[in-house]
Design a protein around this ligand. Sequence first.
Ligand code: TRP
Length: 427
Amino acid sequence: MTSPVRFLTGITTSGTPHIGNYVGALRPAVEASRRPGTENFYFLADYHALIKCDDPARVQRSTLEIAACWLAIGLDPDQVFFYRQSDVPEIPELTWLLTCVTGKGVLNRAHAYKAQVDKNRAAGADPDADVTAGLFMYPVLMAADILLFKAHKIPVGRDQVQHIEMARDIASSFNHLYGEHLVLPEAQVDESVALLPGTDGRKMSKSYDNVLPLFCPREELRRHIAGIVTDSRAPGEPKSVEGSALFQIYEAFASAEETQQLRQAYADGIAWGDAKQMLFERIDREIAPMRERYDALMANPQEIEHILQAGARKVRERASPFMAELRHAVGLRNLAAQAQGAARPKAKAALPSFKQYREADGRHYFKLVDAAGHLLLQSTGFDSPQDAGRAVARLKQQGWLAGEAAAQPAPGVDDGTIRAALALMAA
Ligand code: TRP
């Protein structure tokens, strides 16, 4: 079995999804989540939201809307990892470890931060005006999002590519210092998904106030579509598809055949009102069933909360043992289990190990001991050596103790130490 390719996507919870987000990011992500041989992580980046939004009600509202959106358009939380950033304490924890290997000079070059500084300079203001440390640290938090789950591919727009490159650099620095723990991620920019124009023909964006909302009542969608800017050609006059926002939006929803029909209708001089009606019908055909699910979910926030909590538990089963490994790697260690590589990671030679044995009671046991022979984990008795062996295999494979009734940490040893030991063996 080859190991799966992991994809990871985060959305900052500071706004309301529009049709441009749907076509450019949400729809392709949900389609991608069904590919075999992949693992897919989707999360609500609410810590990132705090960087640009200090309105608590808006952060909460946006988190709810974006979560409902993912579910309504067909993301299956049982098939993917779907969670909220702030439910995973390992993310800020890793952020700090990464902060300590990130050059300040690297962060000085981040676009979002630089743009603010340039703007301040141009205005003759203090260069750091309105720059929080959060804005400055944004790329490190994002690197932690990615590196914690050993993600390989990050589907992003062009504007985020620099952040992925920074995550790579940060991961390399960490690995150079502490051993090969982190996977270097790659940005995946899909050139084929067109940037959707908004109602005024510029890129669809909330900051231009030209968006078509993804989920709003049917009649409101109709009104927004009626507002799409067209030229002044009268009914009967042939129209050009070049530079027609209406046409481009239609194309993003229609089959090749349907698109061809509209192209022909343009040439035949369709009235703009009729073209808008076609666009409305076409979008609504795709969106209407999702809108129904969306409305039901929005009316039932505790269901969403429940799904997110379950998602958090699922990702933390990975994050927690990996974080234990990383804590160990940098030297945040249980002091009782001393002596594992006092200095640099020559530690490879001195791995912890499992020992299996039989006691006078006739039962079969195993234990986990560290390189210095200290007991870390003690099993209960098994009827056969095979049973004991299977429990060992399970521990090795999952690197995780939760619910493992067959073994107990030795006195004075915490879960984290054991997970780190298991991770070390697995590495
Ligand atoms: N910064 C991304 C955005 O604003 C959101 C984000 C946060 C993200 N963490 C991420 C995207 C990790 C991909 C991977 O669009």
